[in-house]
Design a protein around this ligand. Structure first.
Ligand SMILES: Nc1nc2c(c(=O)[nH]1)N[C@H]1C(S)=C(S)[C@@H](COP(=O)(O)O)O[C@H]1N2
Ligand SMILES: [Mo]
Length: 380
């Protein structure tokens, strides 16, 4: 245990760049990135798993809302990684503080910092691995990432409160009469901060192309290029993984339940009024892409089953197992004229991997809920 080394063998640190000012500035940036992640993560959580009474009130507009919040979530998380590494570099000498524990209060403070660091590392790296769809752990990503986010937020607030005097002092200090940084901020500190900012900016710009089309050409490191995949759109769960085959489609009909249940063939669906919308598919795993969808309005299908203008629905996929086989579409989404049971993507019939014969596409809705291979709509 390093913390119990006898005094003479403890390392000493002399670099002035690790002083309170650097630590505070880096903490300020990192805190901002973590706050963006936390807020956008909450948005994502509530759109995916709204508490009961809210399910029918979620906003289906702006149609690009989820794309924006999810893109920010992933970009801020990626930017936070170099910031966290720089911050840990700046503070790790404090691990060797001697005496290791001065008082009960000091012990609690150190414990809180330990929780903060562990939760921060866990959130950033589990999120990063999630964008690679790599789950090298035995637990389910979504609930654990969500729960640890609250631990991180609590530990961060506590840390900011305990350190408030230092934060306050270093954030308000300026050279008298000017807005310039204090004279003690020599070229070395400026260089360090500029390097950290450049690193955070570079990793963000070279990955943000996965959700920001204009940054596509700079997309060097993101696991996905949103234009790769059949019909120019990535596939998360393939038809093979979902055990949906051409054969299983041979007898396909869409069943719609409600006061006047009915079922239709694909031909019949194609002869109903078709609508065209351009909507993004915004995947929780970090990529987004806007494409043109053509199909029948969900609300027209529900109407025909005698469901009222306030009805929501349950969407059931042909897929026989899988966490997203059945999803609920609240009233605001089901009644939005942009919500389609899509049959075409960019003018062509859906490929099997994109959900042939029919899939859901709705505005401001997480990708995981844009159900593919739909076989039944149940009016609620
Ligand atoms: N039935 C079903 N639909 C599904 C899924 C699934 O696992 N099963 N995955 C969802 C996820 S996570 C995303 S991001 C989108 C991806 O759609 P795409 O493969 O057409 O790009 O489909 C969604 N629809
Ligand atoms: Mo997804």
């Amino acid at each position: 245990m390093r913390l119990s080394l006898p005094p003479r063998t403890r390392p000493t640190f002399t670099g002035r760049l690790r002083d309170a000012r650097t630590v505070t500035l880096l903490g300020h940036w990192l805190g901002f990135a973590v706050a963006v992640c936390f807020v956008t993560g909450l948005v994502s959580h509530f759109l995916q798993q709204p508490p009961g009474p809210l399910a029918d009130r979620l906003p289906s507009r702006p149609y690009w809302g989820y794309r924006l919040t999810q893109g920010l979530h992933v970009a801020a998380g990626i930017a936070a990684i170099p910031l966290l590494l720089a911050k840990l570099w700046a503070v790790y000498p404090r691990l060797f503080t001697w005496p290791a524990v001065r008082s009960v209060r000091h012990a609690l403070e150190r414990l809180a910092v330990g929780v903060l660091v562990a939760a921060g590392i866990f959130e950033l790296f589990s999120g990063l691995l999630n964008t690679f769809q790599w789950y090298p752990w035995p637990f389910s990503f979504v609930p654990v990432h969500y729960a640890v986010a609250w631990i991180l937020a609590g530990a961060l607030l506590l840390h900011a409160a305990v350190q408030w005097p230092v934060i306050h002092e270093h954030l308000t200090r300026r050279s008298p009469g000017t807005l310039a940084l204090p004279a003690e901020d020599g070229p070395d500190r400026r260089g360090l901060l500029a390097a950290v900012a450049a690193g955070a900016g570079a990793v963000t710009l070279t990955t943000a192309g996965q959700s920001v089309a204009a940054l596509g050409p700079l997309n060097l490191f993101a696991p996905r290029s949103p234009a790769d995949g059949p019909q120019g759109l990535p596939v998360n769960r393939t038809a093979a993984a979902a055990a949906v085959t051409e054969a299983s489609l041979a007898t396909w009909r869409l069943h719609v339940t409600g006061p006047r249940p009915y079922s239709v063939t694909l031909e019949e669906l194609r002869s109903m009024p078709q609508h065209e919308v351009t909507l993004p598919l915004a995947c929780v795993e970090g990529w987004s892409r806007s494409v043109r969808w053509t199909g029948v309005r969900v609300r027209d299908l529900l109407d025909r089953a005698g469901a009222g203008p306030d009805s929501a629905c349950r969407v059931v996929s042909l897929e026989s197992a899988g966490a997203y086989r059945v999803t609920r579409m609240g009233r605001t989404y089901a009644q939005d004229p942009l919500s389609l049971l899509a049959l075409r993507l960019n003018g062509e019939p859906l490929s099997l991997d994109h959900g042939r014969p029919a899939r859901v596409i709705a505005p401001n809705r997480p990708g995981v809920l844009q159900t593919k291979w739909v076989s039944r709509l149940e009016a609620l």
